[in-house]
Design a protein around this ligand. Structure first.
Ligand code: 5AD
Ligand code: SF4
Length: 478
């Protein structure tokens, strides 16, 4: 038995990184590491980084500046603090990180997390960098989470089923940092999901940079697509809800549309990034679809599942974007009526084709367009939430609220709902009538009374307790 050491992992960027951070923690747990929420007392600090936009990458170096001071302070107390940089900045910049921040001990790319224990042992003799794309199976080699770790992470869990991307959108670093598309075999995913369900997880979100290009090996030895996988996971006892993110419009096939019609566990919400509403810009982005293709996919999904809501990602100020192109994007949002969305200013990424294009849009124009886009997105989001009042939804409860007697859960659309109800409902799905709207949350009343829980608290009182933690979206690839 090794000595107990403490690891602090800080995750940036998409949900894939959150998932990877958990898997690193699971692997290190078997080496005697326990997780700590505070960086100061950690023996090992891992920054799991994001390279998607310039700002995200810059954060790493400013954070490393702060951690350097902590490492020095620890050394003065006679305590060693090991620093590891993981994730997509590690993959993209490799040894450059150690040149810029020499106190970093380990640089490890996303394909190499299973080698962490070995890398840490080698780091005792000097900094190590591992950013190869190894042939061995990372997922098979990573330790599974313990039951306690699963429970501590809550009733909704992520499972990475696919990694990498072959689409090569001209603005995006993902194909370079995460490599070519790879799909995990069905049996491995089923084993992970079963373990999660047995520990009390009720909702699984399948992750991948281009998740609907999934084509993992099925139990019959043939490749299975995402629709087949979803049906298989939905059959696992205990799994009440399924989601998947992030999708590419080109890879939405008829079987996936049918899954939205046929699988009650598949939630009626889809994150389907479009990036732009202008055909000219979509072509320059190498998105491999037109505006009409995108609208066609939306229409087919709506025909299969009329209550489905869409969210998206948008980039403003892609090289060459004119005011007319931008207005086409605004018009697309009006036409689809997204329930929420992410939007970004185009960020030039070294090594990507778009970075070589002339006609870069000035920063002030990007900022002005982003503001207009976000105002429109917000208007649609507010309208979507307002329309929820007076309706009833199945809510999956995931935690106690801030107010005594209050519990909090999520609608199928990932809206947070505050309800007066017993904590025994946490981990359960119950029907809730929505009767109020807060800034980032809904308020509701259980449709069927549970035990002696009655709603004695006025709406105004509950509004005071308004939680701000409404994470409607996750930021991933595609
Ligand atoms: N600049 C701005 N946004 C980007 N995204 C990806 N690359 C860039 C970039 N270079 C956005 C896309 C993608 C989301 C995860 O990040 O909208 O869908
Ligand atoms: Fe792939 Fe998405 Fe990046 Fe395009 S934006 S290259 S689909 S990860």
């Amino acid at each position: 038995m090794t000595n107990t050491r403490k690891v602090h992992i800080k995750s940036y960027g998409c949900q894939m990184n959150v998932y990877d951070s958990h898997r690193m923690a699971d692997t290190l747990a078997s080496e005697g590491y326990v997780e700590t929420k505070t960086v100061e007392d950690a023996d090992l600090v891992i920054l799991n980084t994001c390279h998607i936009r310039e700002k995200a990458a810059d954060k790493v170096y400013s954070e490393l500046g702060r951690i350097r001071m902590l490492k020095q302070a620890a050394a003065q107390e006679g305590r060693a603090m090991t620093i590891a940089v993981a994730g997509c900045v590690a993959q993209a910049e490799g040894a450059e990180i150690i040149r810029r921040a020499p106190m970093v001990d380990v640089v490890v790319g996303p394909q190499n997390y299973h080698r962490l224990p070995d890398l840490l042992a080698r780091a005792a003799k000097g900094s190590v960098v591992d950013t190869e794309f190894p042939v061995e199976d990372k997922f098979g080699a990573l330790e599974a989470p313990t039951r306690d770790a699963i429970r501590a992470r809550g009733v909704a869990a992520f499972v990475t089923i696919q990694e990498g991307c072959d689409k090569f959108c001209t603005f995006c670093v993902v194909p370079y940092t995460r490599g070519a598309e790879f799909s995990r075999p069905v049996a491995q995913i089923v084993a992970d999901a079963t373990r999660l369900a047995e520990a009390g997880v009720r909702e699984i979100c399948m992750l991948g940079q281009n998740v609907n290009a999934y084509h993992g090996e099925g139990p019959d030895g043939r490749p299975w697509n995402l629709a087949q996988l979803l049906a298989r996971i939905a059959a696992i006892p205990g799994i009440a809800r399924l989601r998947y993110t992030t999708s590419h419009p080109r890879d939405v096939d008829e079987s996936l549309i049918a899954a939205h019609r046929d699988l009650p566990a598949l939630m009626p919400q889809l994150h389907l990034p479009v990036q732009s509403g202008s055909d000219r810009i979509l072509a320059a982005m190498n998105r491999k679809h037109t505006r009409a293709d995108y609208l066609g996919v939306i229409a087919r999904l709506r025909a299969a599942r009329p209550d489905i809501a869409f969210t998206s990602d948008f980039i403003v100020g892609f090289p060459g974007e004119t005011e007319q192109d931008f207005c086409d994007t605004l018009a697309l949002i009006e036409e689809v009526g997204m329930s929420a969305s992410f939007s970004f200013k185009y960020s030039e990424r070294p090594g990507t084709p778009a970075a070589e294009l002339g006609d870069q849009v000035p920063e002030d124009v990007k900022s002005e367009r982003l503001q207009r886009l976000q105002a429109l997105i917000m208007r649609h989001q507010d309208a979507f939430n307002a329309e929820s009042v007076g309706r009833s939804f199945d809510v999956l409860f995931d935690r106690v609220g801030r107010f005594p007697g209050q519990i909090v859960g999520k609608t199928p659309y990932l809206q947070a709902v505050n309800v007066m109800g017993p904590p025994s409902l946490i981990g359960e799905v119950a029907n809730v009538g929505i009767d109020g709207l807060g800034t980032n949350t809904l308020f509701g009343t259980l449709s069927a009374p549970v035990g002696d829980a009655s709603s004695e608290v006025s709406f105004e009182q509950r509004k005071m307790q308004n939680s701000t933690s409404n994470s409607i979206l996750v930021d991933a690839g595609a």
